[in-house]
Design a protein around this ligand. Structure first.
Ligand code: ADP
Ligand code: MG
Length: 323
């Protein structure tokens, strides 16, 4: 039986697993607004992302995956700023409020929140086509947020994890191929992106710029270049490709890694003097990052093959309202 707005809020959005009695929540869900207290000396970092059914996730996605994804993609934006996650609001528009759906959706939110310390502190619930809008709030020591601005010629260009898996996973999901270990891995990389929050902590005071890759490496590294007024040269044979991607995507693997969306890995630049320290730190914590190129003077992103020849005709990433 469909629930009322009030009982959905009471039963699902006020549940312990989403509120966690987090630090700094003076007043949580249930009043006209939340009251939050950021730690002294810290700055608030705020971002929002909306997920529309059929645009940002396939229409037949499981509610648990939708819940996970709604929060995870937002956490990725906090990671890109090197912010510590604190609170989030959830604006849910849905055709109806069903117990089974809400319970799975909230389990997905809780799974994405696990270990990050983030707490749900408010939102809105309305009826209409399924759309989920999450706003996250995090904090940083004053002045330490990473930005797209700041890359200089000579800086190394790095990415976390592997590239292209999610785009391949989405294509496989839609092609309904018989499952295999590799196919399942790629689909999981699409459905369950890992916000690189741990990695981003190591970038504070070391990286000169950072972005999370949601629209594909070429497009997002392009944003760093534009904001920093520099160019980027990347090397195709240095891009970190998973064995699963190579197995399942064959010739498409490089295109997926360069232009496929939804990876939610971090792309960042590091001045030469900071590179050894940063790499040592990644290694010590058993975290992965790969140097894929360097910042140069000029504008735009160019990709070279193993012989140093320019790869022509590359397509950048996804854009809403593309004309
Ligand atoms: P108002 O009518 O004053 O806007 P609402 O009835 O919309 O209040 O919301 C009541 C409380 O429930 C508020 O604290 C609001 O932040 C919270 N809330 C509503 N929808 C959600 C949701 N989807 N997730 C989390 N909190 C919600
Ligand atoms: Mg309201």
């Amino acid at each position: 039986m469909p629930l009322s707005e009030f009982s959905a809020i009471q039963h699902y959005f006020m549940q312990d697993s989403l509120r966690q009695d987090a630090d700094g929540v003076v007043l949580g869900i249930g009043d006209d607004a939340a009251v939050l207290a950021p730690p002294a000396g810290q700055q608030l970092v705020v971002s929002a992302d909306t997920l529309v059914q059929g645009v940002h996730f396939p229409s037949d996605s499981a509610p648990k995956d939708i819940g996970y994804r709604s929060l995870a993609v937002n956490l990725s934006d906090l990671a890109a700023m090197a912010a510590t996650p604190r609170w989030y609001t959830l604006c849910l528009t849905a055709p109806a409020l069903e117990d089974a759906w809400l319970s799975e959706f909230c389990a997905g939110l809780a799974a994405a929140a696990r270990g990050t310390g983030i707490a749900l502190v408010g939102g809105d619930t309305t009826s209409g086509p399924l759309t989920i809008s999450v706003q996250v709030m995090g904090s940083v020591e004053a002045g330490t947020a990473l930005q797209r601005y700041g890359a200089s010629p000579g800086d190394g260009i790095y990415v976390t994890g592997t590239l292209g898996d999610a785009a391949a996973g989405l294509a496989l999901l839609e092609s309904e191929q018989a499952p295999s270990i590799s196919i399942d891995h790629l689909i999981d990389r699409f459905l369950r992106p890992t916000p690189r929050l741990v990695e981003s902590r190591l970038l504070v005071n070391r990286a000169s710029s950072c972005i999370d890759i949601s629209d594909g490496l070429l497009a997002d590294l392009g944003h760093i270049c534009e904001r920093s007024a520099v160019a980027a040269e990347i090397w195709a044979d240095q891009l970190p490709l998973s064995p699963e991607l190579k197995e399942c995507s064959g010739e498409q693997a490089l295109a997926n890694a360069l232009a496929g969306g939804d990876d939610y890995e971090l792309c960042f630049t590091v001045p030469p003097a900071a590179e050894p320290g940063l790499l040592a730190e990644f290694e010590q914590q058993r975290l992965e990052c790969t140097r894929i190129g360097q910042v140069i003077e000029g504008s735009g992103v160019r990709c070279l093959d193993a012989r140093g020849n320019l790869i022509q005709g590359l397509r950048a990433g996804y854009e809403h309202f593309r004309t």
